[in-house]
Design a protein around this ligand. Structure first.
Ligand code: TMP
Length: 206
């Protein structure tokens, strides 16, 4: 039986990384085979270039950097499929939806063009979209260190996530409670998805 493919999405500093890790810890503690994965994976060949770009050490044309983010996912595509097919569930911090929502928030970038490089990647069984208020997250430590941490840009990103939202496999998560409360609310949803995935075929984007 295959594992589930679950993605957490949202604007910057909305708390989803913390929740991803807490969910992985929780699942492991109950004996469920699962792994944490995150995009961009900065340890990969493409990830190093992306990291320099995000830290504003290098400049790249918007389309080129978009394709690098996509290539970063394609680098791990065989691993994603193999783990899932072997029964390991994946809890993934950002995926193609961030790719599209962030690039298409840039001037002159078309959302449909942004989706093209993602065609054929495995489609998650569940996307948890973390709702957050930009005025709240922008108060968090270190805000502004990375390229996209700007209030107006993040608002546009959130609007783009709404355009990508597919109610058949997306759930919005209210990320304003305490860390513990958010994890507790997530648990039943994650367990239900793990169960359903066992008898469902892994689909592709889009
Ligand atoms: P992180 O803070 O989750 O490591 O993500 C780094 C930044 O990269 C964040 O601002 C979102 C952005 N991003 C993209 O622009 N395209 C992508 O495909 C991904 C995965 C992230």
């Amino acid at each position: 039986m295959r594992g589930a493919f679950i993605v957490f999405e949202g604007g910057d500093r909305c708390g989803k990384t913390t929740q991803c890790k807490r969910i992985v810890e929780y699942l492991k503690s109950t004996g469920i085979a699962c792994e944490y994965m995150n995009f961009p994976d900065r340890s990969l060949t493409t990830g190093k270039i992306i990291n320099d770009y995000l830290l504003k050490k290098t400049e790249l044309p918007d389309r080129a950097v978009h394709l690098l983010f996509s290539a970063n996912r394609w680098e791990l595509e065989p691993k994603i499929r193999s783990l899932i097919n072997r029964g390991t569930s994946l809890i993934v911090d950002r995926y193609s939806y961030s790719g599209v929502a962030f690039t298409s928030a840039k001037e002159g970038m078309d959302l449909e063009w942004c989706k093209l490089a993602e065609i054929g990647l495995p489609r998650p069984d569940l996307v948890c979209l973390f709702k957050s208020r930009v005025d709240v997250v922008s108060q968090r430590n270190g805000w502004g260190e990375e390229r996209y941490e700007k209030t107006d840009f993040q608002k546009k990103v959130c609007e783009n996530f709404q355009l990508l939202k597919d109610p058949s496999y997306w759930q919005e998560i209210d990320a304003v409670g305490s860390i513990e409360e958010v994890t507790e609310n997530l648990k039943p949803l994650i367990l239900e998805t793990l169960e359903k995935a066992k008898s469902r075929k892994l689909e592709n984007l889009w």
